[in-house]
Write a protein that binds this ligand. Structure first.
Ligand code: G4P
Length: 534
């Protein structure tokens, strides 16, 4: 394979594409905003925050978003810092947590995990972490809200290691006194950074950096706190794991940074170190082997489809992660799965807060392309011939299940069409029971709100009103054992056998005990909570 020209190579090498994973309220919006602030993409903090609550007024997203005041969809933002071109993928949380959140992680090259200093590792963080872990991408940890009381940093490290099963290496150590967060000790530079200013997070903070042994710090902290700091630092050096970059790159060790996104303390240090350690776009697996980001042809895959950005046109935007080469506006590419050439019209990129038409984009970038209804999640687009396909995007385990019934059977055709299209878009997963007729479809979703989205969209876009009957299942497992006979399986009473839309066998459970019991009773049964499309 040929290599890109020098200019394109430079552009690709300065790309950093990552997702922020966290539990709601840990500070994802605040940190994103502060990264943009340091990148000069916004002048005063507060704009992303207001975007979080007001963006429905400026964009014509689905009506339901306006009603609920939350985002049903996700996208990406781009900004520059110190010669790097950074793409932050938005991973929606709160009630808008959905399969899209997981799929977005497929487009990231690394992840930043935010942990609330007072709360430790929380539920949603665990789920998102597991997906990143399976992909083997680097995971960087930002422990946030150090300006408030919280858990002991050693305890937090321990929790990350035991709950998530990843080694941790603190890159810095917090310096606190009487409930105030003063600064950080930088373990690599072996200096202390003391923060001041920042106008409560509205603008950049200033800092002084000096040796931790400096008398200034002893005077400031007092003997006891200063001695304790020196002790903690030597304990980390002696008892902690050694830093291993190759483990970081494989996602086996997470570098930890302490800070406060709200006051900006530690944010720039984190950004600088993170950029140095994270990689430009790496090779991606395909059916013809790995595709190098610096190959001399454009390629990418679709990881998200967003419907009805403009309700009057019913059009869709397909979000594309560029994996190799350079993209230029209006380019003709092979749509591999459809076996057709397509022209990528109206490509859009999200620069800080605004959507813009993009003329050029490079491996690592995310663009939105107009979709007249031809793209599916996981589709490969490439300039090259012979063509190849990137490894598919897996199907993630739904956590909510419901039977849906049509209210007016005359609308059956529209109902089926709607269900098919929403399933193709990846908004819902469709299951059926062996002996059930089509009207007894079981819908599975990752986030509960998707059921409301389904109801709303079926009514508004397809004219089909439905009744939703929630089912008590919470867990799903795909059966990986070849030739497994479900009739002979020894299940628990509350376990159900279903078929997915690809006719794969799945089991749905009401609790984790049932999963364990079924596994114990059926030793030859191999279950999986992610289904990889072949
Ligand atoms: P999210 O996107 O992860 O859901 O979290 P978000 O950034 O919206 O932050 C959740 C809450 O935590 C916000 O408070 C935010 O101000 C606060 N927060 C974020 N970072 C820090 C930090 O470093 N220190 C402290 N003390 N608080 C932090 P809120 O009351 O919900 O909103 P607001 O009234 O502050 O806007």
């Amino acid at each position: 394979m040929g290599h890109v020209d020098e200019k394109t190579m430079k552009e690709i090498r300065r790309r950093r594409t990552f997702a922020i994973i966290s539990h709601p309220d840990a500070g994802k919006t605040t940190l994103t905003e502060k990264l943009l602030l340091y990148g000069g993409a916004i002048r005063l903090a507060g704009s992303v925050k207001s975007r979080k609550t007001e963006r429905y007024a400026v964009s014509d997203w689905m009506e339901i978003e306006k009603q609920r005041g939350i985002s049903v969809t996700s996208s990406a933002m781009q900004f520059e810092y110190d010669g790097y071109c950074i793409n932050i993928l938005d991973t929606p949380g709160h009630q808008d947590f959905s399969e899209d959140t997981y799929r977005t992680l497929m487009a990231a090259d690394s992840a930043v995990m935010i942990i609330d200093h007072a709360k430790g590792v929380e539920e949603q963080t665990k789920k998102l972490f597991q997906v990143c872990r399976k992909r083997g991408i680097p995971i960087f940890t930002f422990i946030n809200k150090l300006d408030r009381e919280g858990l002991d940093p050693f305890e937090l490290m321990e929790e990350i290691e035991t709950v998530l099963g990843i080694q941790s290496y603190p890159m810095n150590w917090p310096v606190r006194l009487g409930g105030s967060f003063l600064g950080i000790y930088d373990r690599k530079m072996m200096h202390m950074e003391l923060f001041s200013g920042g106008d409560h997070g509205q603008s950049l903070v200033s800092s002084v950096k000096r040796s931790v042994e400096d008398q200034v710090f002893r005077d400031l902290l007092g003997d006891d706190a200063h001695n304790k700091l020196i002790e903690d630092i030597s304990l980390l050096d002696m008892a902690g794991d050694a830093f291993e970059m190759n483990k970081v790159l494989k996602g086996e060790m997470t570098p930890i940074f302490f800070g406060s996104a709200m006051t900006n303390f530690g944010v720039e240090n984190f950004l600088q170190e993170f950029l140095k350690m994270s990689t430009p776009p790496m090779p991606r697996a395909s059916d013809v082997g790995e595709i190098n980001a610096e190959s001399d042809f454009f390629s990418g895959f679709i990881f998200k489809i967003q419907a009805n950005m403009n309700p009057t046109h019913r059009d869709r935007i397909a979000f594309l992660r560029i994996c190799s080469g350079k993209f230029t506006k209006g380019m003709n590419v092979n749509h591999v799965q459809a076996g057709k050439q397509v022209k990528l019209a109206q490509p859009q990129q999200f620069l800080a807060q605004d959507r813009e038409i993009v003329e050029e984009a490079y491996a690592g970038d995310i663009i939105g392309v107009f979709d007249p209804g031809i793209f599916r999640i996981g589709d490969t687009l490439c300039e090259k011939s012979p063509q190849f396909r990137f490894e598919g995007i897996p199907v993630f385990a739904p956590e909510h299940f419901a039977r849906v019934y049509i209210k007016n059977s005359l609308k059956r055709k529209q109902f089926i069409k709607g269900i098919d299209q929403l399933s193709e878009e990846g908004a819902i997963q469709v299951f059926h029971e062996k002996d059930s007729m089509a009207q007894k479809l079981i819908i599975g979703v990752v986030g509960i709100l998707q059921l409301e989205v389904l109801e709303y969209r079926l009514k508004n876009e397809y004219g089909a009103e439905i009744t939703i009957e929630h089912l008590p299942f919470k867990y799903i497992r795909w059966i990986e054992t070849e030739g497994f006979n479900p009739e002979k399986a020894r299940l628990t009473l509350d376990t159900k056998i279903l078929w997915d839309s690809h006719d794969n066998l799945v089991l749905v459970f009401q609790n984790e005990w049932s999963i364990r019991t079924v596994e114990e009773r059926n030793k030859d049964l191999v279950l999986s909570d992610i289904f990889s499309l072949k």
